[in-house]
Design a protein around this ligand. Structure first.
Ligand SMILES: NC(=O)c1ccc[n+]([C@@H]2O[C@H](COP(=O)([O-])OP(=O)(O)OC[C@H]3O[C@@H](n4cnc5c(N)ncnc54)[C@H](O)[C@@H]3O)[C@@H](O)[C@H]2O)c1
Length: 114
């Protein structure tokens, strides 16, 4: 079982990735840029990285092996004020898309789809 972190190249994503790796968790790190595996972390081999734009490619990171997801990707503050369309697409629509892909992966895995 793995834990997904979106926005894994960002400030909070990197801090959480290091903490969870040090605790021995297996991670799936994703970001629109290739997310680095924190260099000071223990158990770095427990992290897999996927570069993906979650607006276009949310299905790339949703699989039935995930047990939890931390959703940290986004266009922060002044970035989304300067470009409302981009902020809306990433902060709102891509979040729905990743949640929908996770829902589908979970339903498939648990055999509860109709
Ligand atoms: N930084 C703080 O001090 C702080 C404090 C409290 C809460 N938060 C919250 O934590 C979350 C993360 O904040 P942060 O400071 O780490 O932000 P950040 O800007 O450092 O990281 C956001 C990441 O999202 C990625 N991203 C942007 N568009 C994307 C896309 N289309 N697909 C995939 N990834 C994309 C960026 O590449 C970036 O690495 C936010 O919800 C923020 O509000 C942050």
């Amino acid at each position: 079982m793995r834990i997904l972190i979106t926005g894994a190249a960002g400030f909070v994503g990197q801090l959480l990735a290091e903490r969870l790796l040090n605790e021995g968790h297996r991670l799936l790190l994703t970001d629109v840029i290739e997310p680095p595996i924190p260099s000071a972390a223990k158990n770095r081999e427990n992290a897999k990285t996927v570069k993906a734009d979650l607006y276009e490619e949310a299905a790339k990171v949703a699989d039935e092996d995930l047990e939890a997801a931390f959703i940290f990707h986004g266009i922060m503050s002044a970035g989304s004020e300067a470009n409302f369309e981009l902020g809306y697409r990433v902060n709102v629509q891509s979040t729905f898309r990743i949640l929908d892909e996770l829902r589908k992966a979970y339903l498939f895995e648990s055999g509860r789809q109709r």
